[in-house]
Design a protein around this ligand. Structure first.
Ligand code: CP
Length: 322
C-alpha cells in the first residue's frame, strides 16, 4: 500500500486485508508480545496541524510496537507559526529520514496534496483532514463492529446484513464520511440521523439513508448506534439548535439507551461531549465500545503502518501495474 488517504477508494479486498492484518496485530498484543521487529530501521513522522489525543498517541504506540522510530511534530510551537508552508515542513521532515508521514490537517485534501505533489517520497496516512475523511477511524470502527458481531476469529468476514446508524453532526464529520463509504463497501446498511441543518446538502449522493427522528431510528433496531461529537468549534449559531434542544431531540439519554435492542452496541469516536450527544449512562454502559475502539485503534494503525512500509501492494495497485 503506497498511501492511505480515504476509504472511498478502498476496495473490499483491501479493506478486509487491513482488518485481517489488524486481527493478527491484536493477537500479538493479547499474547503480550510488547514489540515486533517488523519496522526496525523505519521512521514514522506524526505531523499534526490540529489537536488530537487518540489518533496521535495510537499512531505513536502502533509505530513503536512495530519497532519503528517516531518523530512527533505538532504545528503549535513549530515554525508553522512563523509562516512555514506545508511543503517546506514536510520536506524538512523527509530530510530527517521519514519513511511514512501520518498527517492531520484542518484543510480537506492536505494529505492527498502531500502524497501526490512529489514534495516527498514517504508514504502518507490521512489522520483526519478538514471535513473530508478519517480513514483509520472508520477502519477501527469496522474492526470493532466485526469483532463484537463475530467474536475473536472474524477474519475474512465483511459486515453484510448489519445496520449501522450514525447520529449527530454529519455536516462537519470526517468520521461519518469515512464510515459511510467503508460500511457500504463492507456490505452494511447505513442510516444517518441528525437535525436537518447538520446534514450535508450533497447527502443524496452518499450510499446512506437519512432520517431526522432518533426515536424512529432506534425503533428500527440498529446493530450499532454511532454517536458523533457535536463540533462546537466549527459551529455557526445559524444552523445549530440550542444545546438543550439538541440533547433532547438527538442525545442518547438513558431512556433511548433502554429502547435499544439488548445486543446493539453504542459507539463514539471521541472526544465525547457528555450530556450533549451522549449521556454518562450510555457512554459508560456495558454496551458502549468507546474504550474498545481506542484499543482496537492501535491494532488497526499497526496494520496500516505495516502494509504501508512493507511494500505490499493493494488490489488497486496490482490492477494499475497490469
Ligand atoms: N477520534 C479521534 O480522532 O480522536 P482525536 O481527535 O483525539 O484523535
Amino acid at each position: 500500500m503506497r498511501h492511505l488517504l480515504d476509504t472511498r477508494s478502498l476496495s473490499r479486498v483491501d479493506a478486509l486485508r487491513i482488518l485481517d492484518v489488524a486481527e493478527d496485530m491484536a493477537d500479538t498484543q493479547r499474547r503480550e508480545v510488547k514489540k515486533l521487529p517488523t519496522l526496525r530501521g523505519k521512521t514514522v513522522v506524526n505531523l499534526f496541524f490540529e489537536d488530537s489525543t487518540r489518533t496521535r498517541i495510537s499512531f505513536e504506540a502502533a509505530a513503536k510496537r512495530l519497532s519503528a522510530d517516531v518523530i512527533n511534530f505538532s504545528a503549535k510551537g513549530s515554525s508553522v507559526s512563523k509562516g512555514e508552508s506545508l511543503q517546506d515542513t514536510a520536506q524538512t521532515l523527509q530530510a530527517m529520514g521519514a519513511d511514512a508521514v501520518v498527517i492531520r490537517h484542518g484543510a480537506s485534501g492536505a494529505p492527498r496534496t502531500l502524497a501526490t505533489s512529489g514534495w516527498i517520497t514517504a508514504g502518507v496516512v490521512n489522520a483526519g483532514d478538514g471535513t473530508h475523511e478519517h480513514p483509520t477511524q472508520a477502519l477501527l470502527d469496522a474492526f470493532t463492529i466485526r469483532k463484537r458481531t463475530y467474536g475473536e476469529d472474524s477474519r475474512g468476514r465483511d459486515l453484510a446484513g448489519l445496520h449501522v446508524t450514525i447520529v449527530g453532526d454529519i455536516l462537519h464529520s470526517r468520521v461519518a464520511r469515512s464510515n459511510v463509504w467503508l460500511l457500504h463497501t463492507l456490505g452494511a446498511r447505513v442510516t444517518l440521523v441528525g437535525p436537518p441543518t447538520l446534514i450535508p446538502q450533497d447527502v443524496s449522493a452518499w450510499p446512506a439513508r437519512v432520517d431526522y427522528d432518533l426515536d424512529a431510528a432506534i425503533a428500527e433496531r440498529p446493530d450499532a448506534l454511532m454517536m458523533l461529537r457535536i463540533q462546537l468549534e466549527r459551529m455557526n449559531a445559524a444552523y445549530f439548535p440550542t444545546e438543550r434542544e439538541y440533547a433532547r431531540a438527538w442525545g442518547l439519554d438513558a431512556a433511548r439507551l433502554a429502547a435499544l435492542p439488548p445486543d446493539s452496541i453504542v459507539m463514539h469516536p471521541g472526544p465525547m461531549n457528555r450530556g450533549l450527544e451522549i449521556s454518562a449512562a450510555a457512554a459508560d454502559s456495558p454496551r458502549s465500545t468507546v474504550l474498545e475502539q481506542v484499543t482496537n485503534g492501535v491494532s488497526v494503525r499497526m496494520a496500516a503502518l505495516y502494509l504501508l512500509l512493507s511494500g505490499e501492494r493493494t488490489d488497486e495497485e496490482k490492477e494499475d501495474a497490469r
